[in-house]
Design a protein around this ligand. Structure first.
Ligand code: C5P
Length: 241
């Protein structure tokens, strides 16, 4: 596939124009980074794993009434998506305390957060993605208060769907980050939903099956990602006829 020059290069994906004004190509690269790009590597097949998982979840969410930018896969690591006007917010939902929340606040790692917590970071690498509250989001002009309420409602819905899904696979959906954009005035889920942007723990052993394996050298990250892909593909064989 001839893609030309990317119009945007992120830490793990590159975005390309298509012949159509309202469609883009999202290419999932094999690059893996952590700690805002300080730790960097490349793993063969990683892009395809994340693309497959993202495509699966976009499709799963669409079937459950959540609008996403996903159109179709073009090959195993290249996705055709609707062009969105991206909102520079990282929307994070947490079911269990882990990661930065344990460092910043007096939560114990593994503490259950009931009801789940949604937090928002302003997407800006140079500023280290600072936390922003609702007033700051509105003051920055990122979205209106109503749009923010809708973003949170959609995020809660996605969180519930994915928590229940992973529960069936024997995994705890600890937390995840998603990004939204606008298209024709509608709020639509964009970016990706993959092991790079979530925490997943084995229900029994609490072993990690996500980017923490790479961040904290907990083992072989590709083996961990492959396990998640295998579980999802097995679920699909059983449930999608
Ligand atoms: O680092 P922190 O604990 O705040 O991350 C919460 C969740 O959001 C984790 O699943 C992490 O992988 C994800 N995240 C992300 N991209 C970021 C920040 C967090 O995917 N820039």
């Amino acid at each position: 596939m001839e893609l030309g020059e990317p119009i945007y290069v992120g830490k793990a994906k590159s975005i390309y124009k298509t012949d159509k004004e309202d469609e883009l190509i999202s290419l999932f690269r094999n690059d893996m980074t952590a700690f805002n790009g300080v730790k960097k590597d490349s793993f063969a097949g990683k892009g395809a794993y994340n693309a497959a998982v993202s495509a699966f979840f976009f499709d799963y969410l669409e079937k459950n009434g959540v609008k996403t930018h996903f159109i179709k896969m073009l090959d195993d690591h290249t996705m055709l998506v609707k062009k969105l006007d991206m909102i520079p917010l990282e929307v994070i939902a947490r079911n269990v305390a882990a990661g930065s929340i344990v460092k910043k606040l007096p939560f114990k790692e593994g503490q259950i957060l009931n009801p789940p917590v949604i937090v928002t970071d302003y997407k800006d690498d140079e500023r280290g993605d600072p936390s922003v509250n609702d007033d700051l989001i509105v003051a920055l002009g990122l979205v209106t208060r109503d749009e923010l309420a809708e973003i949170k409602e959609i995020t809660h819905k996605i969180n519930k769907l994915l928590y229940d899904f992973f529960d069936e696979l024997g995994l705890i959906f600890v937390d995840f980050k998603i990004e939204f954009g606008k298209c024709g005035g509608e709020i639509i889920l964009g970016d990706e939903i993959s092991m790079d942007s979530m925490r997943l723990w084995d229900k029994v052993t609490k072993e990690s099956f996500d980017k923490d394996v790479y961040r904290f050298d907990k083992g072989d990250v590709m083996t961990a990602y492959a396990k998640v892909v295998e579980k999802i593909m097995n679920w699909q064989k059983e449930n999608v006829k």
